[in-house]
Design a protein around this ligand. Structure first.
Ligand SMILES: Cc1cc2nc3c(=O)[nH]c(=O)nc-3n(C[C@H](O)[C@H](O)[C@H](O)COP(=O)(O)OP(=O)(O)OC[C@H]3O[C@@H](n4cnc5c(N)ncnc54)[C@H](O)[C@@H]3O)c2cc1C
Length: 799
């Protein structure tokens, strides 16, 4: 279940603010705070107002008409191809449950309603396939339901049940609900995509290039394959390696950590015997930071986009269950990730990729402003004499955001590093049962620790703390901040992600069933260079120092030995530590009661506290004696970005270097890192003449290419913007989203088809909200008809 609460980004007066899903309770919170927090203003919601007929704005009417016309004219032959039926809802009691992804009678009844066929049981199941299944338990609904998108193969249907002919004949397309596709849309895994490209384009090097040793050109000779080093075997490094190896490059994948088998033992030693291997742990090792994770595959870069579908299909190729292609909120869990990574490794090796585990890149070899190789050492020993120099034609740097030594090394070579905003905070843990009850009420009984009909409950909360408001805890500041939940792990556990014993930082993981007794999520507040400056941290690595400062403070508060400082949410709200016993924690290395309210600067503590009180309104019971805050969550995203060329992905300050993934500031999760690695792989292959096409014409624009800008288009009498439109960076690909009128409320109409071309996404919207994202940029959250979930835009600037 996704719940958003956010204040106005547009500084709208409070009279314009309104609730979306349900009115907020006005009752006082059941705890006292040292400084009473008055409700500041109602959170802004962009209401999904149902406007029909005359109520529709002219622009809406025009677009709807156009879409209808297009949809009608696109149907050349109703009796061939596929009809896609979206938004089919089946009540929980009529559905076999979350794990059943086939056609069933409850769903046939919904299909029969849409095509107006009188006897659902006569519809042949074989003619239909489920494309998407999501669970919708939003509180605005009377009853929770499963929401389906189904493809109907007409020729199969007619051959199996000819009596449907008349009904198909009468079927009319309806924007976002009933759509006709001349043929089945199917996506490939990366291996077959590259094979397909190779078969259709030919990929042999076209021209003779100079050898690297000449120092003139850094393209390799046509006689030999380009030698590419990929540093880091996280999602971005793995996918970059895969593309390059499939195109025939000579790839060496260098990983400081260990293969999953050995890494598992190292993590076991940490959890059981408190031995932290600094090079093989929750952050470093095969699969990267996401291996011992929840394996959530939800992404903010467009669930239906071809690039994301390619990643998903590739994961299936390596052993992920097919359900990730259909599930509205796919996740794998650590137990499934480990065998998947083993298969991935074996495939890379079968393509000739040399994988060097336990090998750390310490330096880059640079000639004439171009990377010509790397210096590596054996990460299992401390002996410097083990250093080796390896020559390469290009280096893909996929090191993640915990490779702080690499940032330092890049600086020493004058590579541009730009500090980036990120977010810091605490991880909150509740009993899973409490979250289940808050989210599902009576339906919570159906969860059965992950084995039941409905998914284990999750949540997502966002609150925008605006300094303009007189009750804001940030009144004295000139900064607005967002506080939000991040990386929520239902049925999971809190884990240690430190890479040094003097620092504590934590995160969450879970297994595929999500069967543990706990629900944890980060609650983080955005921070920026101004905050780093205030603590006397300056320069490109100020954000890293800022992270380290709080990681050290947390380690001291815990008293060492990886003990994590904790405080109940109720105590945190009241600035105290209770003498009574603490609720249990899933964290295995021990917890110690501490004054977490003293850990951060007051602006952060205040923002967290204020947001918690707002979250409690969204999720009554969130503030609870049973809820335990753990310190600290600092590595939510990279504190820097390494500027690179938008087309070639090459560093702007060092040729031959390709910074990629989360550590370079271009991704914020498993899927987005994989997508970034994949595009970089294609780009490097192109640089070396292994690929001559244009990958964006196949998979759509890369995730960072589409920047949505939020423009104020008119000034109202009171100086506030009275209309706002969203258009993309490039007006050629303008996002034809409606104008959002701010009078009397911001709203979109359901039924309007929103085509966000930069995301290669086309969905019928149910609801749209605007909010700050993990990089503190504004984004568009689109609740679509297919997914009911959030498809958030990656990056939007507020102008
Ligand atoms: C505990 C935890 C849970 C998470 N859960 C989720 C989740 O459920 N869903 C989600 O989308 N995201 C999750 N994330 C975030 C996700 O893991 C990252 O966004 C993603 O892994 C980033 O991928 P990457 O390839 O950019 O970098 P990483 O995955 O960090 O990989 C970088 C790799 O580079 C290696 N490396 C670093 N320096 C060197 C060097 N000098 N030489 C050689 N190798 C080097 C590291 O050992 C590492 O293996 C989680 C993260 C953690 C820590």
């Amino acid at each position: 279940m996704v719940v958003f609460s956010m204040s106005s980004l547009l500084q709208c007066p409070s009279k314009l603010l309104f609730p979306l899903h349900r009115p907020y309770s006005t009752t006082l919170l059941p705890y006292s705070t040292p400084r009473p927090i008055r409700p500041r203003c109602q959170p802004l919601r962009i209401l999904c107002a149902k406007r029909t007929g005359k109520q529709r704005y002219p622009s809406e009417k025009k677009k709807l008409k156009l879409r209808k016309k297009e949809a009608l004219s696109s149907v050349t032959n109703k009796f061939e191809g596929i009809w896609r039926l979206s938004k089919l809802s089946v009540l929980v009691q009529n559905d076999p449950g979350k794990d059943f992804l086939q056609i069933h009678i409850g769903l046939l009844q919904e299909i029969a309603k849409v095509i107006k066929f009188p006897v659902a049981s006569m519809l042949p199941e074989e003619a239909f396939s489920v494309v998407r299944k999501s669970f919708d338990a939003r509180k605005i609904l009377k009853e929770a339901k499963f929401v389906y998108t189904v493809d109907m193969d007409v020729s199969k249907l007619l051959s199996l049940e000819p009596r449907t002919w008349d009904f198909i004949n009468r079927l009319e397309p309806k924007v976002g609900l009933i759509e006709h596709m001349p043929s089945e849309k199917f996506s490939r895994d990366l291996t077959s995509l590259v094979h397909h490209i190779k078969d259709s384009n030919g990929t042999l090097p076209r021209e003779q290039e100079h050898d690297i040793d000449s120092g003139e050109s850094h393209k390799c000779s046509a006689a030999r394959r380009p030698r590419i080093a990929v540093v880091g075997s996280g999602p971005s490094g793995l996918f970059a390696s895969l593309v390059l190896a499939e195109f025939g490059a000579d790839v060496t994948l260098i990983e400081r950590g260990q293969a999953v088998e050995k890494r598992g033992r190292d993590i076991g030693a940490l959890v059981v015997r408190r031995i932290l291997e600094s090079e093989s742990n929750f952050c470093f090792g095969e699969g990267g930071a996401g291996t011992w994770s929840d394996g959530k595959l939800v992404t903010r870069i467009g669930r239906n986009s071809d690039c994301v579908l390619t990643i998903m299909n590739t994961l299936v190729q390596f052993g992920a269950p097919k359900s990730i292609l259909v599930n509205g909120k796919p996740h794998l869990g650590t137990d499934r990730l480990i065998p998947l990574l083993r298969n991935f490794r074996q495939h890379l090796q079968s393509l000739g990729v040399e994988i060097k585990f336990g090998t750390r890149v310490d330096d880059l070899l640079i000639q004439n402003g171009h990377v010509v190789g790397v210096e590596v050492s054996d990460s299992t020993t401390k002996l410097q004499s083990d250093c080796k120099k390896l020559g390469f034609d290009a280096v893909v740097l996929a090191v993640g955001h915990s490779a702080r030594d690499i940032y330092q090394m890049l600086l020493s070579h004058n590579v541009d590093l730009v500090p980036k905003d990120f977010a810091v905070g605490l991880r909150v843990e509740h009993p899973q049962e409490l979250i289940n009850n808050i989210q599902y009420s009576a339906l919570a009984n159906e969860i059965c620790r992950g084995r039941g009909k409905v998914p284990v409950a999750d949540y997502k909360v966002v609150h925008y703390v605006n300094d303009k408001d007189e009750n804001s805890p940030l009144k004295s500041e000139s900064t607005s901040r967002s506080c939000y939940s991040f990386c929520m792990c239902p049925g999971g556990q809190v884990v240690l992600t430190s890479t040094s014993p003097s620092e504590i930082c934590i995160n969450g993981m879970s297994f595929s069933r999500r069967a543990s007794r706990w629900a944890n999520a980060a609650l983080v507040v955005t921070v920026s260079t101004k905050d780093f400056d205030a603590l006397n941290f300056h320069g490109p690595l100020a954000g890293v120092e800022f992270q380290r400062e709080f990681e050290r403070r947390a380690a001291m508060m815990g008293g060492g030995n990886f003990v994590v400082p904790v405080q109940t949410v109720t105590d945190f709200m009241e600035n105290k530590i209770s003498v009574t016993s603490m609720p249990p924690s899933s964290y295995r290395l021990g917890v110690k009661a501490a004054s977490l309210h003293e850990l951060f600067p007051s602006y952060m503590t205040d923002a967290l506290r204020h947001s918690l009180s707002m979250f409690d309104k969204e999720l009554p019971g969130f503030i609870s004696k049973e809820a335990l805050l753990h310190g600290v969550e600092t590595r939510t995203s990279s504190p820097i970005q390494i500027p690179r060329d938008g087309d070639t992905y090459e560093s702007l300050s060092l040729r031959g270097l390709y910074p990629v993934g989360e550590g370079a500031g271009y991704a914020g999760g498993i899927v987005s890192a994989a997508v970034d690695g994949m595009y970089t792989g294609f780009s490097v292959a192109k640089q070396f003449n292994l690929f001559h096409g244009d990958i964006e014409s196949v998979l759509g624009k890369a995730q960072n290419a589409g920047v949505v800008k939020l423009y104020k288009t008119q000034e109202g009498d009171d100086g506030n913007s009275s209309a706002t439109s969203f258009i993309s960076k490039n007006s050629e690909t303008a996002v034809p989203i409606n104008l959002i009128d701010l009078e009397p409320v911001e709203r979109f109409s359901p039924g309007i088809l929103v085509k966000i071309s930069t995301l290669a996404m086309e969905e019928q919207i149910e609801d749209i909200t605007i909010g700050p994202n993990f990089m503190n940029n504004f984004e568009l959250y689109v609740y679509s008809s297919n997914l009911h979930l959030v498809i958030a835009h990656i990056h939007a600037n507020h102008e």
